[in-house]
Each structure stands twice: as structure tokens, then as C-alpha cells.
Design a protein around this ligand. Structure first.
Ligand SMILES: NC(=O)c1ccc[n+]([C@@H]2O[C@H](COP(=O)([O-])OP(=O)(O)OC[C@H]3O[C@@H](n4cnc5c(N)ncnc54)[C@H](O)[C@@H]3O)[C@@H](O)[C@H]2O)c1
Length: 383
């Protein structure tokens, strides 16, 4: 089979996201299936070059997966004409400088969210990429999740009528790190290292709301640090300076209200780690990572408020499972495939650095709204 090789410098592959989702579940999974097959019978073949700071960690990953190329020399791999794409899944605070270098070197760029630590930086990256004429993208994995794909199907099929509101509940208990190790990196809880749940999650909520229901027009948020002291990877206590919970209200274009709670200090009494309930005049749905249940207007029961009697109805059983109707691949891999097609075939692509900047904008405005105690408009961004 004829193959078009796309050589990708992958930085941050020793991290949680870089290794598991991007290297293992996306790029290596594509190689295991023989590359990304195209309609003309040829295939796109992703060739990763592992990039990082720690030689032994890169070598170990390369050996584990039979990969030939790895380097600690970012400038060198960017200067190499054989490199087509620079991918960045480093911790957030290291991203902007590296992506900037990659654009200056004329490479296509793809990166994790948030695209940069502040809006000015994110917009500048989008401008630089446009001026350099390179292809660019930011990870927006949640819209590729089976649960949200089914929810989108309901929206596109007109199931809801007029959409009135969206309620999102995201989060789980992240251990403090003293008597049980924390399940997330400690930099997430230090503002000075680019941590914080608003910068982490609001970029996701921006594209989820935008893609499913329309652009966010205003934001009002309450942002807190519930757990002020945590223990790092080496067991040392540190002050958690970053926000670990955010309670946001977003007014959407057209008037619907979205309310999303994000927290690393909440215990899960839900079916999934994130759930969105959408209520419309014609029907409602609850979507998680994988599942989606719906209740049509015609099948809506009529509860009557009477606290003197125990509940006789099982409310959860009054919903209908939305069928899969298709096979869902890993969301990160699905987006990688579209990005690679965009790079090689010039196919349309909308999840670019400007879209990434919208996520950073919403996070910044959310933080400002909380600091100033007021609702803020979200202006339309342009380059
Ligand atoms: N799309 C998603 O659902 C999702 C989920 C979690 C995290 N993320 C994003 O992915 C990025 C990485 O997050 P993660 O959870 O994988 O983090 P992580 O701490 O597990 O990995 C960070 C990576 O950056 C590298 N790095 C480079 N410079 C560093 C420095 N000075 N200090 C520490 N590490 C450094 C590390 O070696 C490692 O490879 C973040 O920007 C985060 O916002 C996205």
C-alpha cells in the first residue's frame, strides 16, 4: 500500500495525556491498523519522534513500543526538514513558547488545550500560524465522545424543540496525596505552575457548548480552592494556590442558560464522571461520556410534590437509551485522524488555534468574573 508518511515531533509524551491518549490510543493505534486508510487505497502513516527533557524516560517509551526516533533536542527536531508536524502535550505553562518555535520553523502544529496560558498568547499563536501558512489545531476531544455524539444527534434531529437549559456536572474526588497518592499531577493545583480547574475545564466547556448549542455570550462564575493543602509526587506538602472548583453560569446565543459545576472536591453520585442534562420544550436528554438517555414530551411523567409520601416512581427508569447506531472510536484518535487528513488532503478543519483561543478567553473571563463578582460578556474573537 502506498503510504504518505507524516513525521510528528511529539512533546510531552511522558505525561498522562501525551502518553496514554495521544501516543498509545491515537498515533500507535493508527499504526497498528496499518495507518489511516484513504479512499484512494493509500494510507497516511504517522511517524512519531518522541520529544522531552528526560532521555531515560523517552528511551524507555521508545523501547517499549519499538519506536526508532526520540530526542531531547527540541530545536534540533524543529530544524529538521523531515519533521512535518509539532505536537504539544506538555504542561500548560510550557506550551506557548514551544508552539511559537514550531510555527517559526514552518511546522504544522497540533496541541493540547488550553492553547496558551492567557488570551493574548493564544491569539498571538493563532496569528503567527495564519501568517506562516501552517496548518494548526487544538485538542477538543469531548465532542468526539460517544455520549456527546449521541447528544449532538438529538440536537441535529430537532429532538429538543427550543433548548431551554443545559446542566453540566463534572468532577470527582482528587486525593490530597498524603494517605493516598493523588491521581492528577501536582502542578494542576499550583497557580504559579499554570494549574487551576477553570483554565483546565472552561476551554472544554467552551467548545462543547459552542458545537452543540451555540456560542457562549456571557459568563458568571464562582471559583474556589476547597482543599488548600496537598502533597506532591514526592510526598512533600505544598500550598494549593490554584482553584479546584468552579461553579459557572453561561448564557448562550439564543438565550439558553448553561450551568456547569466543575470540581476536584466532589464525590461521584452519578452514572459518569461528567454528565450534561439538556431540557427543551419537546424533550430532554442526559448525556455522559458514553451513554445518553432521552425523555420525550409525550412520555414525560407528571410528578406531584408530596413530601409526606415516599417516592413511588423510579425516575431514572422513565428515560430511553439513545442507541449507538455506529461504532465509536477513541475521541482523541478520531480528532487526530481529521487533523492528519487536514494536513495531507487539505480537508476542512475548524478546531484551530483561533477556536483554542476562544477556550482560553472563556477561562480568563470566568476567573475575572469570579474575582470581580459580576457577569461578563464574551466578545467575539477575530484575528
Ligand atoms: N484533553 C483533555 O481531556 C486533557 C486532560 C488532561 C490534561 N490535558 C492537558 O494536557 C496537558 C498535559 O497534562 P497532563 O495531565 O498530561 O500533565 P502531566 O504532568 O502528566 O504531563 C506533563 C508533560 O509535560 C512535560 N514537561 C515539560 N516541561 C515540564 C516542566 N517544566 N515541569 C513538569 N513537566 C514538564 C512532562 O515531562 C510531561 O511529559 C495540559 O496542558 C493539560 O491542560 C488535557
Amino acid at each position: 500500500m502506498t503510504r504518505t508518511t507524516v513525521r510528528i515531533a511529539m512533546n510531552g509524551v511522558t505525561g498522562r495525556m501525551g502518553y496514554r491518549q495521544h501516543l498509545l490510543r491515537s498515533v500507535l493505534a493508527l499504526r497498528e491498523q496499518g495507518g489511516l486508510e484513504l479512499d484512494d487505497g493509500t494510507a497516511i502513516w504517522p511517524e512519531p519522534v518522541l520529544v522531552g527533557r528526560r532521555e531515560h524516560a523517552l528511551r524507555a517509551i521508545a523501547e517499549r513500543h519499538g519506536l526508532e526516533h526520540w530526542t531531547t533536542d527540541l530545536d534540533g527536531v524543529l530544524a529538521d526538514p523531515a519533521t512535518d508536524v509539532y505536537f504539544d502535550a506538555q504542561l500548560t505553562s510550557a506550551r506557548e513558547a514551544a508552539v511559537r518555535k514550531a510555527i517559526a520553523a514552518g511546522k504544522h502544529v497540533y496541541c493540547e488545550k488550553p492553547a496558551a496560558g492567557d488570551l493574548g498568547g493564544a491569539l498571538e499563536l493563532a496569528r503567527l500560524a495564519r501568517d506562516a501558512g501552517v496548518k494548526h489545531g487544538v485538542v477538543q476531544d469531548k465532542i468526539f465522545l460517544p455520549g456527546l455524539r449521541k447528544l449532538k444527534r438529538l440536537v441535529d434531529g430537532g429532538f429538543f424543540g427550543e433548548i431551554l437549559s443545559v446542566r453540566g456536572e463534572f468532577g470527582y474526588w482528587v486525593f490530597e496525596g498524603d494517605w493516598q497518592p493523588a491521581q492528577r499531577p501536582s502542578w494542576n493545583y499550583r497557580a504559579q505552575d499554570g494549574g487551576g480547574i477553570v483554565m483546565d475545564m472552561f476551554p472544554h466547556w467552551e467548545y462543547v457548548l459552542h458545537e452543540l448549542f451555540g456560542p457562549v455570550r456571557s459568563v458568571q462564575a464562582e471559583v474556589v480552592t476547597h482543599v488548600p493543602r496537598r502533597w506532591d509526587e514526592r510526598g512533600k506538602p505544598y500550598e494549593a494556590t490554584a482553584d479546584d472548583a468552579a461553579y459557572g453560569i453561561f448564557r448562550l446565543d439564543g438565550g439558553a442558560v448553561a450551568q456547569i459545576n466543575s470540581s476536584w472536591a466532589v464525590r461521584v453520585h452519578r452514572d459518569e464522571l461528567v454528565e450534561f442534562q439538556v431540557d427543551g420544550t419537546e424533550g430532554s436528554a442526559v448525556a455522559g461520556l458514553r451513554g445518553c438517555r432521552a425523555q420525550h414530551r409525550s412520555a414525560t411523567p407528571k410528578p406531584v410534590w408530596n413530601p409526606d409520601l415516599p417516592a413511588t416512581e423510579s425516575f431514572r427508569e422513565q428515560w430511553q437509551e439513545v442507541p449507538d447506531n455506529e461504532e465509536f472510536d477513541n475521541g482523541f484518535k478520531a480528532q487526530w485522524e481529521l487533523f492528519l487528513r487536514h494536513v495531507v488532503l487539505d480537508e476542512p478543519w475548524s478546531w484551530d488555534l483561533l477556536a483554542g483561543a476562544r477556550g482560553v478567553q472563556l477561562a480568563e473571563l470566568g476567573l475575572r468574573s469570579a474575582a470581580e463578582g459580576r457577569r461578563l460578556d464574551v466578545p467575539e474573537l477575530s484575528l
